[in-house]
Design a protein. Structure first.
Length: 47
């Protein structure tokens, strides 16, 4: 399970250009969404 403090990356299927990661924070956070440029990554890995 992905955690904000995880030292490990996340892998997605290379064809999934709009993957979703839902993260639960312990306190209110200002971040609402984050877009990663999957068309510029060499594989399905996001680190």
């Amino acid at each position: 399970k992905f955690q904000p403090t995880s030292p490990e990356g996340v892998s997605f299927d290379e064809n999934n250009l709009k993957p979703t990661i839902t993260v639960q924070f312990d306190k209110p956070a200002e971040v609402h969404s984050l877009t990663l440029p999957r068309d510029k990554t060499p594989s399905g890995d996001v680190g």
